[in-house]
Write a protein that binds this ligand. Structure first.
Ligand SMILES: Cc1cc2nc3c(=O)[nH]c(=O)nc-3n(C[C@H](O)[C@H](O)[C@H](O)COP(=O)(O)OP(=O)(O)OC[C@H]3O[C@@H](n4cnc5c(N)ncnc54)[C@H](O)[C@@H]3O)c2cc1C
Length: 407
């Protein structure tokens, strides 16, 4: 395309970069981190519409769990043993890299294990039955009987649980800031990308209200907002709301590890100052939570409180200090989706982390950094490649089935 005098002037005024990353969540910030780690001479920009971590990455529970949001047997049934295993290992590597690469004390890294707990007998059986398979996949996992589980958590009415020694928690907002600070990217916050002009002067022009940015290569890590920038990708991700609350600090530390329960329908942790953070309940209000409206609702909050007070009765007198919500991007088959922007082989996107982006994010950033700097199929790419989905419907090509996770 030829450029007029005026267009050329606009292009000249645009900030030019080797790579522009759009989205300052865990995925965008991890990509920025790995780009500088592998290629410090690259001139990288990280562009975020609001503040870093203003989306799901700064609003979540901070669980760094392995596997997907569903239980391992469900993953095996859905994706086959080989893929389930590879997904588990990908997230395990993500966790291990985080521990090895970063200074955990900067973002509250604590890895005392995690518990996936059953909410009924059937789930208990499934968890128990998955132990052998998980171990074969390399998962350091122990089954705890219901009594042991409730004793350990000072809870009541929960069933058995899987204790995974590699489970961890972080302060997710601090993590995102840490990653951005460790990268050498120019971080532009409060700069929403309003339009993208592909094929502009041999590159891509990203238009914001204040400033244009130009680059040959773009990484879109905007979570569920992807279709607003690339409508052709509207079938690969949909917004789903999640809600949480935090109590006033309890005097004792009673929940020693992060707990994921009722098929991921609830999750609870006790933060170091004693606050109990709990979320979920979406499965009881599924239709209402298929939205990108950032607001809590009395119905979901009541479901969360009921869970909290039923299973952790010692929290009943703790005032609720904060309630919040966040928007997650769900993919059609529960797995993240990565691929080239349609018609733009030099630009890529990653979305659809389906309630589990903290588990995938750091390793995914490495994959995206490798891909945008020339690797065609970095390790793990085919696990998440958009090519598995039907172009029009977004359904998996082989076995279309809706996401079964409760989170
Ligand atoms: C309440 C809650 C609890 C959760 N708990 C957990 C958990 O414990 N463990 C776990 O693994 N996962 C959890 N998740 C899911 C996890 O938070 C997400 O999977 C993950 O944060 C997704 O990261 P992301 O970088 O893809 O997206 P986001 O964090 O949503 O980041 C995308 C960013 O892009 C920006 N953006 C969007 N459009 C534009 C634009 N046009 N221009 C510039 N910037 C733009 C947004 O402002 C946003 O900051 C939870 C989610 C919620 C909401």
């Amino acid at each position: 395309m030829s450029l007029s005098f005026w267009q050329q002037r606009r292009r000249a005024q645009a900030l030019a970069y080797d790579v522009v990353i759009v989205g300052g969540g865990i995925v965008g910030c991890s990509t920025a981190y790995w780009l500088q780690r592998h290629n410090p001479s690259l001139n990288v920009a990280l562009v975020e519409a609001e503040a870093l971590g203003s989306g799901a990455s700064g609003r979540n529970a901070g669980f760094i769990l392995q596997g997907t949001a569903a239980d391992y047997l469900s993953d095996v049934e859905r994706y086959g043993e080989r893929t389930a295993r590879r997904l588990w290992r990908f997230t395990r590597t993500s966790r291990d890299l985080m521990e090895a690469e970063l200074r955990g004390h900067a973002f509250g890294w604590t890895s005392d294990g995690s518990l996936t707990v059953a909410g009924d007998e059937e789930e208990d059986e499934r968890l128990r039955a998955s132990v052998g398979r998980l171990r074969a996949a390399g998962a350091p996992v122990v089954y705890l009987e219901p009594e042991q589980t409730n004793q350990r958590l000072h809870s009541t009415g929960l069933y058995g649980g899987l204790f995974v020694t590699t489970g961890a928690v972080v302060n997710p907002l601090k993590l995102v800031h840490h990653l951005a600070a460790k990268s050498t990217a120019d971080v532009h916050t409060h700069l929403p990308v309003k339009g993208i002009r592909w094929d502009y002067d041999d590159g891509v022009l990203l238009e914001t209200p204040d400033q244009s940015l130009w680059s040959r290569r773009v990484v879109l890590a905007v979570g569920s907002a992807l279709p607003s920038l690339v409508p052709a990708l509207s079938s690969v991700v949909r917004p789903v709301r999640a809600q949480m609350l935090a109590t006033a600090p309890a005097e004792t530390q009673a929940i020693p590890v992060p707990v994921y329960s009722h098929r991921g329908g609830f999750y609870i942790r006790q933060e170091e100052e004693g606050h109990v953070l709990v979320g979920g309940g979406r499965h009881a209000h599924r239709r209402a939570e298929e939205t990108d409206v950032d607001a809590t609702t009395p119905a979901v909050q009541a479901t969360i409180e009921r869970y909290l007070h039923t299973h952790f009765p010692w929290t009943q007198d703790l005032p609720i200090q904060r309630r919040w919500s966040g928007t997650m991007g769900f993919s059609p088959d529960g797995r993240p989706v990565v691929g080239p922007v349609p018609g733009q082989p030099d630009s890529i996107f990653a979305t659809g982390f389906t309630g589990h982006g903290m588990g995938y994010g750091f390793r995914m950033g490495r994959l995206l950094a490798q891909r945008i700097t020339g690797a065609r199929r970095p390790d793990g790419y085919e696990l998440f490649s958009v090519s598995r989905l039907d172009e029009e419907t977004g359904c998996p090509n082989a076995s279309p089935r809706p996401s079964s996770s409760n989170r």
